[in-house]
Structures are given as structure tokens and as C-alpha cells.
Design a protein around this ligand. Structure first.
Ligand SMILES: [Zn+2]
Ligand SMILES: [Zn+2]
Length: 64
């Protein structure tokens, strides 16, 4: 069963990617990273408040 093997490898790959992402901190929240990519700053109130303290918004998944 080739497909089953492929699924197992994919699952393992995703788990590994998550582990690597978790280890790399601090991390910008997804909304802020997206806004930054577009040359803007995130307009979420929670993110603006966090940015004032030079931090990433933890409510939106960021890490400090
Ligand atoms: Zn944001
Ligand atoms: Zn936020």
C-alpha cells in the first residue's frame, strides 16, 4: 500500500515542521506577518497594543 506509506510520511513531516516552528521564537502572529509582507502593519487592536510594547501579539498566536 503505497498511499498509506505516503500518508504516514506526510503526517510525520507536518509534525516535524510544527516542532521546528514551535522552537523558533519569538514569533510574529500570522495576521501581523501577513500585513508585514504586504508592507503594512496589522490593524488588530490587540496587535497594535502588543506592538507598543515591542512585542508580538500572543492573542493572535505570536510569541515573545
Ligand atoms: Zn496581528
Ligand atoms: Zn492580535
Amino acid at each position: 500500500m503505497k498511499l498509506v506509506r505516503l500518508c504516514a510520511i506526510l503526517t510525520l513531516g507536518v509534525a516535524l515542521a510544527f516542532a521546528i516552528a514551535e522552537a523558533g521564537e519569538p514569533k510574529k502572529s500570522r495576521c501581523c506577518a501577513k500585513a508585514e509582507k504586504e508592507g503594512k502593519t496589522c490593524d488588530h487592536v490587540c496587535c497594535i497594543e502588543a506592538a507598543k510594547d515591542d512585542k508580538n501579539c500572543e492573542k493572535c498566536g505570536g510569541k515573545n
